[in-house]
Design a protein around this ligand. Structure first.
Ligand code: NAD
Ligand code: UDX
Length: 466
């Protein structure tokens, strides 16, 4: 079967970039991305490409090329489902905030709503693809909902988890390390459905990089990949604290171990802590799954990755307070960066949020500059914590669109995101306009320690003694 019409439910950080790239590489497929969020769809349809809801290098150019050609954004979910041969479910699967599994399990209500809507609308056979990250065995729940509608439509469920990282989404989609497709390997219909999806990716990805597995392996591989990646960050962050006590330099340690081909050089940057919408959520989900099978040691093992990350964020803010003579009350502390990593406007679970919250508890005056994160997002992130009223957050934290103004008169600067532009600032002029002694707390190991010290800054880096 050759797929000609795709519907993708969910116009978020995954659905939209992924489908934009599929549309680019497969001009013969008509793709409609649908979402219940009307303002998001309106923004995707905006003629001003700077207003697209997701900032990703290279994405605007692709959207310009394919939008209106074979990629469409719409709020008419039923119509797009009805017309499609293949439906990707790419909705959010956040950590549950209520009931059983609160704070750990993935909340699958949006997934179930999609399955029910597909069941209600579909009149012809469809292939349903799980693009969202899901707990292992979710495909059976989706299948059960779809198969019990009584309208005789045949559904094949595939798992096709997405491995893109934000900030490099377009490159990751154009040249993925691998594509993973899980399906019902025991039936001819299952094999045919998997082949239909393989054929789409094969338009630009070599067959050796397209893996097919049983559906459970595919679902579990996604959680496993994120757990392993986050574990590397927590492992190097744990070593960063030992480095600070012993005089070792974590960058040198990373380089030394990364040259071991069994370890490899990537994902060994010590930092203020990992953020993003995936790592914490997916590990908590893994921990919950392990506990639900009574595998308590397995659960404890993975939970430690999260605990280490919390510790890293807290010790960063603790170090700022203790270095500034044990009080930051009324002192201006400037954050350069709010996004959870560079080249994205996404702030979900960003370390900056926790660090700011800790410093605001100490009555610091926090001033924030981020090149891509909108002002209202920063306040929403803080308000969501419910630590203090929205008015208090607004009076304690200010946002500035000019980094030099943001830094003016501050006692300390904290680097929370590794935006490239920070490296090229006129640090001499920033120093001149700060309170003295002027401190820099580099949560990303981004700046040149020797240069900053030469200018006069007192400079603290993660993972190096002084
Ligand atoms: P997102 O919140 O940016 O987007 C999800 C979209 O789905 C929202 O716009 C929401 O309005 C829409 N939606 C929810 N229910 C809907 C419904 N019933 N009908 C129509 N639209 C609906 O989320 P995201 O970051 O794109 O993540 C989506 C999934 O992909 C999650 O499971 C996530 O774990 C996974 N994932 C994310 C990343 C990432 O880097 N963000 C990477 C890999 C996998
Ligand atoms: C991650 C996975 O990499 C991706 O495969 C998956 O599909 C979604 O989750 P993402 O969260 O977008 O992607 O970004 P990633 O590059 O993994 O960074 C996550 C966090 O870890 C960021 O806060 C980043 O700054 C931090 N990090 C990463 C480090 O602190 N050190 C590192 O060496 C690498």
């Amino acid at each position: 079967m050759k797929v000609k019409n795709i519907c993708c439910i969910g116009a978020g950080y995954v659905g939209s970039p992924t489908m934009a790239v599929v549309a680019k590489q497969c001009p013969y497929i008509k793709i409609t991305i649908v979402d219940i969020n009307e303002s998001r769809i309106a923004a995707w349809n905006s003629t001003d490409l700077n207003k697209l809801p997701v900032f990703e290098p290279g994405l605007d150019g692709i959207v310009k090329e394919v939008r209106g050609r074979n990629l469409f954004f719409s709020t008419n979910v039923d119509k797009a489902i009805d017309e499609a041969d293949m439906i990707f479910i790419s909705v959010n699967t956040p950590t549950k905030t209520y009931g059983k599994g609160k704070g750990m399990a993935a909340d699958l209500k949006y997934i179930e709503l999609c399955a029910r809507q597909i069941a209600k609308v579909a009149k012809q056979d469809k292939i349903v693809v799980e693009k969202s990250t899901l707990p292992v065995r979710t495909a059976s729940a989706i299948k059960s909902i779809l198969d019990n509608t009584g309208n005789g439509v045949q559904f094949q469920i595939l798992s096709n988890p997405e491995f893109l990282a934000e900030g490099t989404a377009v490159q990751d989609l154009l040249k993925p390390d691998r594509v993973l497709i899980g399906g019902d390997t025991s039936s001819k219909e299952g094999e045919l459905a998997m082949k239909a999806l393989v054929d789409i990716y094969a338009n630009w990805i070599s067959k050796e990089r397209i893996l097919t597995t049983n559906v459970w392996s595919s679902e579990l591989s996604k959680l496993t990949a994120n757990a392993f990646l986050a574990q590397r960050v927590s492992s190097i962050n744990a070593m960063s604290e030992i480095c600070e006590k012993t005089g070792a330099d974590v960058k040198e340690v990373s380089k030394a171990i990364g040259m071991d081909s069994r370890i490899g050089p990537k994902f060994l940057n010590a930092s203020v802590g990992f953020g993003g919408s995936c790592f914490q959520k997916d590990i908590l989900n893994l921990v919950y799954i392990a506990k639900s099978y009574g595998l308590n040691e397995v659960a404890d093992y993975w939970e430690q990755v999260i605990l280490m990350n919390e510790h890293q964020k807290n010790r960063f803010s603790d170090n700022i307070v203790s270095t500034l003579y044990n009080t930051v009350s009324g002192k201006k502390i400037t954050f350069l960066g709010w996004a959870f990593k560079k080249d994205t406007n996404d702030t979900r679970e960003s370390a900056a949020i926790k660090v700011a919250d800790n410093l605001l508890n100490e009555q610091a005056q926090v001033s924030v500059y981020d090149p891509k994160v909108p002002e209202e997002r920063i306040y929403t992130d803080l308000d969501y914590l419910n630590t203090r009223s929205s008015d208090e957050n607004k009076s304690l934290l200010t946002i500035n669109n000019d980094p030099y103004k943001a830094c003016k008169d501050s006692h300390a600067i904290a680097i929370l995101t590794e935006w490239d532009e920070f490296k090229n600032y006129d640090w001499k002029s920033i120093y001149k306009n700060m309170q003295k002694p002027a401190f820099v707390f580099d949560g990303r190991g981004l700046l040149n320690k020797e240069e900053l010290k030469e200018i006069g800054f007192i400079y603290y880096n993660i993972g190096t003694g002084n």
